[in-house]
Structure formats: C-alpha cells, structure tokens
Write a protein that binds this ligand. Structure first.
Ligand code: ATP
Ligand code: MG
Length: 559
C-alpha cells in the first residue's frame, strides 16, 4: 500500500500493468482493448467501481480503449432500468467507454458457432434433467458418468439443436453441452452446458430466442468478437480460464486472454447484488440509492465524490489474493478530497439557546468567515451575529470537568469568528433540562481574538437564532453491526446482522443562512461536525442534509 503514496510515475506497476507493458513491448498487441462486463441485474456496487477503475484505468493509461458490455444472457433477471443506472454510474465515476455492446447482440453468432462445434463432434444435445446432469458430474475425487445421449450423431444433434431454437421443447427438456471429458480433473471440463431452454422474454431480443447461452460459452466468444486483448475478471473465474481458452481454440477465433484479480471485499457490508436486491425489495433500506448502501448510487447520495472513490480504488491496489478492506479507508478517501473542496459552514444539530445578556438588543453584526482554509480562491462570507444564538447542547456543561474546554459556567470560550463569551447562568424546565444559557461577551474580542493577548482553550460553533434556517439532518452508521455480515450461525441470515441504529434523523437542526440556497448533492463541511451533502429529498421549504462522514480520522489509527 505504501507504494501508492508515491507520485504516479514512481508507483510500482501492478501485475496487470506488467503484463500489458510486456505485451506492448513485445508487439503481442499494438494497442489494448479492455471491457467492463456487468450483468444488468442490479445496480453497481463499490466492488464494480473497483473493476471499472481497473478496466477503464488500464485502457486510458496505455492509450487503449474500453468497451462497456452488458452481459445479458439471463432474461429472467435483467432489466433496462439496470442498463440505464449502470451507464449513469460509470459516467459519474468519470469514465467513457469506446462502445456499448450487449452479449445479446452476439446471439446469432454464438448460435452459428455452436453449430460449428456440433459439426466438429465437440457438442451434443443432452436430454438428461439438470438434476441428472449434476448427479452424473462426479466430484473432485471421482470421475463423472457419460450421458446416455453423448454419442448422438452430428445430424441428430444438428436437428435437435435447431428444434430447441425453434421452440419445440419446454424449459429444461434439453441442453446443449460441449463434448470434452467427463473424467477431467478440472470439473469445468466435464461436458459444460453451453445452452439451456428458457421460454422467457428478453429485455432486448424479446421473444426471438428461447435458448440462451451460458456464461462460459458466451463470455470468451464475446471478448473475441470485440477483439478484447485483456479480459480482466475476479479470481473465482480462474478455474474457468482453461475452458475460456478451449472454446476460442476450437473455434479458431481471435485469441482474447483472461486475467484474474482479487475481488474487493469491505467489512460491515454485503456486496452481492442478490442480497442488495433483497434489502431493497424487503424494505430494509429506502432503495438502491439509500445512503447506507454500498452501491455507487448510494455513495453518490451519501455525498461521496467520484474523485474519492477513484482514489480509494487506487489506494487499495490490485492484488491476486483475496483480502478484506476496512470500511474506514473509504471514509479516509472521502475526507481527503472534501477537505480540499468543501466549503465550511456553521450548523447546530442539537440546539440549545444562548442569550448574551450584555449584547445590544435588536443589533445584528455581519462577521467575516473563511469559506475554505484549504482554498483561498473560495474567499469569505458574512455570517450574522446577534444577541440570541444556538450552540450544540453537548458544547455546554454547568460544571466543567478537567479538560472540558467548551462552554461552562465561568469558563471563557471563543465563538468561532465572533467573540469571547462566558456563561453566567442557566434556565431549566420542570424536568431539569437546560432551556437557555445566559452569557456575557467581551466586545473587544470581535473576530475571535483578544487585544490583551488573553487565551481561551475552546472554540465552539454557533448560529444566530433569529437568522437560523431549519433543516433535517440524517446521520448514518454502518448498515451491519458485525464485520462479516455474511458469516452467520445456522438458522440466521445476513439480515439478522443488520445494525438497528444505522439511521438517525435529527429534525430540529439550525443552519447559518448561507445554506438557504443549496442544490441536491451540494457538499459542505459543517465546522467541527463532519461533511454533509444535500439529499434528494431536500426542498427549499424543507432542507435535508446527509452526513457523509465525520471529521475524525479513525483510519489513521487503524493503519
Ligand atoms: P455480484 O456477485 O455482486 O452479483 P457479479 O460479479 O455477478 O457481482 P457482474 O455484473 O457480473 O456482477 O460483474 C461485472 C464485473 O464486475 C465483473 O467483471 C466482475 O468480476 C466485477 N466485479 C463484481 N464484483 C466485484 C468485486 N467485489 N470486486 C471487484 N470486481 C467485481
Ligand atoms: Mg455475474
């Protein structure tokens, strides 16, 4: 990981970059073409972001190109809603594809190639049920059994396959299998299924097809059709690679090659589309873009920037062995970016009233506040100050314990950009809750410094009560209460590991008036509180902010 903190040109190459540089140097390829191949059966998650950054990043780095290919071979689960969201997310991450293709574009070609394999005696129609096929596949230690239909003649296979396509048989009645070796030590070679019958409407090809190719038969050939040079996928596909090569070799088509890297895993979340869909369908979250979801649209709504996600993917690097990345590294990357670009504002999330008894009634002063200490060009703004303010309830204690430097009776404290004030007394309701804090201020400390050099140890933020605008603020915690939500004891599911306190809604927040005119996704640092962004639900009448992350850097400690 240290190497990634070096300037770009001094970074160590990852193993894929090494392969590509070698291929280019040796003239194996003149230029490179990668692809990102999502199945449009859900929204993209942060694991996909990793694959996107990798595929598009390599294309870009080596002056090549990257295709977006929708791997749409399962009509039952796929939908155009997903196709659109996937395109939106890739663009938002900052990448451009050379072409958009669909595996379904290749159904005719794939069918013709299946006919070629049948003619070569390398594929046959099998009438066994899926259960029989599974049962006869053998195990890692035991060879499988040949199907009784394995030795059908080429003519019979051609006839049956054509009739499968024509819709003569019901779902599950027959499959087309490659004829390889039922005793092969690599289970993938035990006559893998190439086509199955599925009478289902496809989101693009409609009812044209009722046979659909399996992943292993479709993927490599699709790469080959597009002349993909480096087909990059996750580690679990390494045992499929020999089969990927086998089809390409037997068909004598463009030799795309597959390379595998470790998939991204993050603690305190789940990353399978099936599980994310379940969270959405069963109402555990408000939608795919719920700010607690590990989806790209969830991160976007939460207030993540494309830059921060790209930096995260860069920082974790490309490995060949599976590992689990700490969630806080994402927050670290976000903080690092927002610290540079987010303007500062003052907001009070849990307000308590402060009255400055010796400040003139009815007076308002405009005080100058710096918008972003990291960016001088962002300038300053004027913040109204008056006799009645709000501060955070937790910024006051009647009696200050040791090391509590915020407001307390008799303890002088700085109001950010304003004055030194000293609390004198409190008012309480019948239950003993503080309803108002009475202070005095020192007019000579305007701007936040004392001319006599007097120091205060604490600075707190505030909002002028009369000028404050109301807002709802949503605070998020981890969606799951445990590090590995997928690990659960018998009889439990990942749903039992949900964190019941992952969302906290604060309805009585007070913001400085500069926040009145904001648009969805605008991002700010609320001083001392964290980074916040405007939620989709926000309207000018009812502002809603999401906390993207806190200011505290827990990652530094973990590292
Ligand atoms: P899921 O298991 O979440 O449904 P998937 O692998 O089935 O994911 P695809 O749409 O097939 O999803 O994936 C598109 C591409 O994204 C594939 O190349 C896949 O390897 C890659 N990808 C998916 N999940 C991850 C991950 N966690 N880390 C890195 N790459 C991933
Ligand atoms: Mg998949």
């Amino acid at each position: 990981m240290e190497s990634n903190n070096l300037p770009a040109n001094e970074k160590q190459l990852n193993f894929l970059e090494e392969i590509i540089e070698k291929d280019l140097a040796e003239g194996v390829h003149k230029s490179i073409l990668t692809r990102f191949p999502p199945e449009p059966n859900g929204y993209l998650h942060i694991g996909h972001a990793k694959s996107i950054c990798l595929n598009f990043g390599l294309g870009k780095k080596y002056g090549g190109k990257t295709n977006l290919r929708f791997d749409d071979t399962n009509p039952v689960k796929e939908d155009t809603e997903y196709v659109e969201s996937i395109q939106e997310d890739i663009k938002w991450l900052g990448f451009e594809w050379a072409n958009v293709f669909y595996t379904s574009d290749y159904f005719d070609q794939l069918y013709e190639w299946a006919v070629v394999l049948i003619k070569k005696g390398l594929a046959y129609v099998d009438d066994q049920t899926l259960d029989e096929i599974r049962a006869n596949r053998g195990t890692v230690t035991q060879p499988g059994k040949n199907s009784p239909y394995r030795d059908r003649s080429v003519e019979e296979n051609l006839d049956l396959f054509q009739r499968m396509k024509a819709g003569e048989f019901p779902d599950g009645a027959k499959v087309l299998r490659a004829k390889i070796d039922m005793a092969h030590p690599n289970m993938q070679f035990r006559d893998p299924i190439m086509y199955r019958i599925l009478h289902a409407s496809h989101h693009r090809t409609g009812d044209k097809w009722c046979i659909y190719p399996m992943y292993d038969y479709a993927h490599g050939q699709s790469d080959s059709i597009e002349h993909i040079t480096h087909s990059i996928c996750t580690l679990e596909f390494d045992i499929h690679r020999p089969l990927y090569d086998w089809f390409i070799e037997k068909l004598e088509i463009f030799p795309s090659h597959q390379y595998e890297f470790a998939r991204l895993n993050i603690n305190y979340t789940v990353m399978s589309k099936r599980k994310l869909l379940q969270l959405v369908k069963e109402g555990y979250v408000s939608g795919w873009d719920d700010p607690r979801m590990p989806t790209i649209c969830g991160f976007r709504r939460r207030g993540y920037t494309p830059e921060s996600i790209r930096a995260f993917c860069d920082r974790i690097g490309v490995a060949k062995r599976d590992n689990i990345i700490d969630y806080s590294l994402l927050e670290f990357s976000l903080r690092e970016h927002l610290n540079k670009v987010a303007q500062r504002r003052m907001a009070v999330l849990d307000p308590v009233k402060v009255v400055i008894d010796n400040y003139p009634e009815g007076q308002t002063e405009m005080l100058t506040a710096v918008n972003n200490p990291e960016c001088e060009a962002d300038g300053t703004r004027q913040v109204p100050f008056s006799r009645e303010l709000y501060i955070e309830r937790e910024d006051f204690m009647e009696v200050a314990p040791k090391k509590y430097f915020r407001m307390a009776i008799g303890q002088e404290v700085r109001l950010r950009y304003a004055y030194f004030v000293t609390a004198q007394s409190v008012e309480k309701d019948a239950d003993g809750n503080i309803t108002c804090i009475h202070c005095t201020y020192d007019p000579a400390t305007r701007g936040g410094d004392s001319p006599d050099g007097r120091k205060v140890k604490g600075t707190i933020h505030w909002v002028s009560a009369q000028h404050a605008i109301d807002a709802e603020v949503r605070l998020f915690d981890r969606l799951f209460a445990v590090e590995a939500p997928d690990d659960c004891p018998e009889g439990k599911t990942f749903l039992d590991n949900l964190n019941p306190d992952s969302l906290k809604v604060l309805n009585n927040c007070k913001l400085e008036p500069a926040l009145a005119e904001v648009k969805t996704l605008d991002k700010f640092q609320f001083e001392r509180l964290g980074y916040f962004c405007v939620d989709n639900d926000s309207t000018p009448e009812h502002l809603v902010f999401n906390r993207s992350c806190t200011l505290k850097d827990s990652w530094a400690k973990i590292k």
